[in-house]
Design a protein around this ligand. Structure first.
Ligand SMILES: Cc1cc2nc3c(=O)[nH]c(=O)nc-3n(C[C@H](O)[C@H](O)[C@H](O)COP(=O)(O)OP(=O)(O)OC[C@H]3O[C@@H](n4cnc5c(N)ncnc54)[C@H](O)[C@@H]3O)c2cc1C
Length: 479
């Protein structure tokens, strides 16, 4: 039974922290925005709220998606029943209990109902985020894609595509809350891209027509959460059989990120020496991304689900309307293959970064790992500054990079978490907001100095206390 109205719980939480501070950032001629946040899903929305509470006005949030249902992953490509994240981790509420998922859920369904769920149901999380945006008043300009960032003297010129036309808007700061799509995009194995027509395969990040796979034989490549989720949906929708192919000889089951989740390691991760951060990143990569046990169980319960271990595909070729795959255990024929093979980080392939991708400092430029910890993938991650800003490869070559803040998974090697996932919010959103605030403030120091040294009206006159001022008897007698 609902306990109360979630809206009133949240409104009370917002009332108790007082009104939003006024925008303190001075306007500049020719500058449209102080900050543009690219990506209006969970990360971009929470960041915009943090900036508003920091008194930073003229913040615009844009998203390429047509509407809130299409933005982010929860109602599009995510297919799990429940989030992987523990239900009680802090998230977009940014320290305000009344704005939290728990407050929203308990108000809707009751305290006991919250106790009963072990993890957050995906559709409830999506509904909570929609509500969060409404209650905090974060508005997103949908249908607006950032296609190019052009550095200018002391700002960035953003080329935005809207309804088939491109317009330019200017901003002093840019936050990339662009999720996996902001780093290089889906990683689809060459064996599929080179040898199969697109009609025979899809990546898990795409909208997949599972109805069309009813009665069909489906292969899934990869063995992390998305692969199992896709396999389960195919089976639940009536695929005749699903074969999941893992490269490893067992499923990844070691959640190495969890062991460093205590406050000391979590809060201070970005200050660790490079060698320690690199070792942690390698440790995660080698252990692999663990699928949640219930995601495995959801697929395994089907007798027509088959798990192929140590079975990378060496070949794929079309055969009529089907395809044939070569594996260490022989050839298999399928009607369709789904790649649950994750995402790559390749800044040069991001259209919006093309003007200066080569100037961005990468881990390979900063750190040479010991031979046994070499990794061709991790070296391509950007080496970020403490405010999540890009740094320059060559000092002075691209000063505008300090104004681009990365709140997406490309920050993984620098900050040790899948950045943009819920667990990253508590640490990274305040850090980014604080850096943006500091940079904007110091960039206008002359104006702020003038303001803080300006004349100010007295709160009261001496009349208020004149009658109580001590006067010695001699003074009184002399008067
Ligand atoms: C199977 C699966 C399970 C997951 N489980 C969890 C979990 O349990 N817990 C968790 O925390 N995370 C989980 N995640 C990760 C999840 O992707 C993130 O938590 C969440 O989506 C991050 O939100 P975001 O706002 O950072 O990015 P996204 O949700 O990816 O949103 C990015 C937005 O940026 C927009 N965008 C991108 N490029 C541009 C551009 N150039 N111009 C304009 N707009 C642009 C996109 O349209 C999109 O709306 C899971 C993901 C998957 C696939």
């Amino acid at each position: 039974m609902p306990q109360s109205d979630p809206d009133s719980v949240a409104r009370e939480a917002l009332r108790l922290i007082g009104p939003d501070p006024e925008n303190w950032v001075p306007d500049r001629d020719g500058i449209d925005h102080n900050v543009v946040v690219v990506g209006g899903a969970q990360s971009g929305s929470a960041l915009a709220f943090a900036l508003r509470r920091a008194g930073i006005g003229k913040v615009s949030v844009i998203d390429a998606a047509t509407d809130s249902a299409e933005a982010g992953v929860w109602l599009t490509s995510a297919r799990m029943n429940k989030l992987r994240t523990p239900k009680n981790l802090p998230g977009p509420e940014l320290g305000l209990p009344g704005l939290s998922f728990q407050a929203w859920y308990e108000a809707r369904y009751g305290v006991a109902a919250y106790v009963e769920i072990d993890r957050i149901p995906r559709l409830e999380w999506a509904a909570y985020l929609e509500w969060y945006r409404k209650l905090t008043g974060i508005s997103v300009r949908y249908g607006t894609r950032l296609v190019r960032v052009e550095p200018a003297a002391d700002h960035l010129r953003l080329h935005l595509e809207q309804g088939g036309t491109t317009r330019v808007e200017t901003t002093r700061k840019l936050v990339l809350a662009t999720g996996f799509s902001g780093n290089g995009g889906p990683s689809v194995p060459d064996v599929l891209v080179r040898h199969l027509p697109k009609s025979l395969y899809a990546h898990t990040s795409e909208a997949i027509n599972f109805e069309a796979l009813r009665g069909k034989s489906v292969a899934v490549l990869g063995s992390a959460a998305s692969a199992f989720d896709a396999a389960a949906v195919a089976l639940e929708t009536g695929a005749s059989e699903v074969h999941l192919f893992a490269r490893r000889d067992g499923l990844a089951s070691l959640p190495v990120i969890r062991i460093r989740g205590y406050p000391g390691a979590y809060d201070n991760y970005g200050s660790l020496p490079d060698a320690v951060r690199w070792h942690q990143a390698i440790r995660f990569r080698r252990a692999g991304s663990t699928p949640p046990p219930d995601a495995i169980a959801r697929a395994v319960k089907f007798p027509n689900f088959h798990l192929h271990l140590a079975s990378p595909w060496s070949s794929a070729k079309p055969l009529g309307s089907r395809l044939v795959a070569g594996t260490p255990l022989g050839e298999f024929a399928f009607d369709f293959v789904i790649a649950g093979t994750g995402y790559s980080v390749d800044l040069a392939s991001q259209p919006e970064l093309r003007d200066f991708a080569g100037e961005i400092l990468l881990w390979r430029d900063r750190f040479t790992p010991p031979e046994h910890e070499h990794d061709e993938t991790l070296v391509t991650y950007p080496y970020l500054g403490s405010g999540h800003e890009y740094l320059e490869k060559r000092r002075g070559s691209a000063p505008h990079l300090k104004d681009i803040h990365v709140f997406n998974p490309a920050a993984f090697v620098s900050f040790g978490l899948p950045v943009g996932d819920i667990p990253s919010f508590k640490r990274d959103i305040p850090a980014i907001a604080a850096r943006i605030s500091r940079d904007l403030f110091l960039a206008d120091l002359a104006s702020h100095e003038k303001r803080i040294n300006g004349s100010i009206a007295e709160d009261f006159s001496t009349d208020l206390y004149a009658s109580a001022v001590w006067r010695s008897p001699q003074n009184v007698a002399a008067e």
